[in-house]
Design a protein around this ligand. Structure first.
Ligand code: PGA
Length: 263
C-alpha cells in the first residue's frame, strides 16, 4: 500500500491578488526543481478572488506539480444562492480540490455535518477531490470524547459515498486547539487519531478504502514538525495554515516531507 503524501496550504482570508501570485510563483519555482514523482502532491488554496490570478500563473511545467484548491463551495449546481460558489465554477477556475468542513467554517459560519456531506457529494460528482476537515475542541479532548466526536464527524461526512469516492477523498485531522496556536499535537497522538479514522472508514466502507484514503494532520505544522509527523505510519501529509503563507517555510515543509520515504 503506497499513499502519495499531500502537502496542502490553506491561505485562509489572506493575500491580495498580487501577493497571491508572488507566493504561488515562489512555491512553483521551488517545485520545478523536482520531478512529480519526487514531490508530494502540492495543493494551494487561495481565496476565491485570487484563484484566477493564481491560475493565470500556472505554466505547463508547474501545472502538474502544483494543484489549486478552493476553501469552500456550495452543493447546489446554480441558482438563487447569493454569495455562494458552485463546484462547477470552482472547476472552471482551474481547481482540482476543495477544502470543506474546516473548523473555522463550522464555528463562524455554522456549517453542519449534513452540509459537509452534501458538499462532499457535490464535489465528487463534479469530478473534484474534497479535503474534508475534522477535529475536536480542547473541551472535547479534556472530556475524553475525542475519538467518538471525530468518528461521528467522519461517518456523517462520508455517508452515502461509494467505496471508490471514499478512496479518492482526502481527510484532514485538525485538532481545533492546535490551529494557529503554535501548540502542535504530539505526533504519536495525531497518528493514533488518524489510525482510528482509518479504522472507522474500514468499518464504514471497506478495508481497501481505509487503506487508500489519504489522511493529513493539520494544526501549527512547521518545517521543524513535519519530518516527525511524516515518519508516522498513518499520517499522509499536512494541511498547513500560517506556515503556508511564506515561500520559505512552505518550501521547507515540502523539502522535509521529501526526506521521509513514501508510505
Ligand atoms: P495553522 O492552520 O497551520 O495556522 O495552525 C491550519 C489550518 O487551519 O488548516
Amino acid at each position: 500500500m503506497s499513499r502519495k503524501p499531500i502537502i496542502a496550504g490553506n491561505w485562509k482570508m489572506n493575500k491580495l491578488q498580487s501577493e497571491a501570485k508572488e507566493l504561488f510563483l515562489g512555491i512553483a519555482y521551488f517545485a520545478e526543481r523536482f520531478t512529480k514523482e519526487q514531490l508530494p502532491t502540492i495543493v494551494l488554496a487561495p481565496t476565491f478572488t485570487s484563484l484566477a490570478a493564481v491560475e493565470s500563473m500556472r505554466c505547463d511545467k508547474c501545472r502538474p506539480l502544483v494543484a489549486i484548491a478552493a476553501q469552500n463551495c456550495n452543493w447546489e449546481k446554480s441558482g438563487a444562492y447569493t454569495g455562494e460558489i458552485s463546484v462547477d465554477m470552482i472547476k472552471d477556475a482551474g481547481c482540482e480540490y476543495i477544502i470543506i468542513g474546516h473548523s473555522e467554517r463550522r464555528q463562524h459560519f455554522l456549517e453542519t455535518d449534513e452540509m459537509i456531506n452534501k458538499k462532499a457529494k457535490a464535489i465528487l460528482e463534479g469530478g473534484l477531490i474534497p479535503i474534508i476537515c475534522c477535529g475536536e475542541t480542547l473541551e472535547q479532548r479534556e472530556a475524553g470524547i475525542t475519538d467518538s466526536h471525530i468518528a461521528s464527524q467522519i461517518k456523517a461526512a462520508l455517508a452515502g459515498l461509494t467505496e471508490e469516492e471514499i478512496s479518492k477523498s482526502v481527510i484532514a485531522y485538525e485538532p481545533i486547539w492546535a490551529i494557529g496556536t503554535g501548540k502542535t499535537c504530539d505526533a504519536d497522538e495525531a497518528n493514533r487519531v488518524i489510525a482510528m479514522i482509518r479504522n472507522v472508514i474500514k468499518d464504514l466502507s471497506s478495508i481497501a478504502a481505509g487503506d487508500a484514503i489519504r489522511i493529513l494532520y493539520g494544526g501549527s505544522v512547521t518545517p521543524s514538525s513535519i519530518e516527525e509527523q511524516m515518519s508516522k505510519s498513518d499520517i499522509d501529509g499536512a494541511l498547513v495554515g500560517g506556515a503556508s503563507l511564506k515561500i520559505d517555510s512552505f518550501s521547507e515543509i515540502i523539502a522535509n516531507t521529501m526526506k521521509v520515504t513514501v508510505k
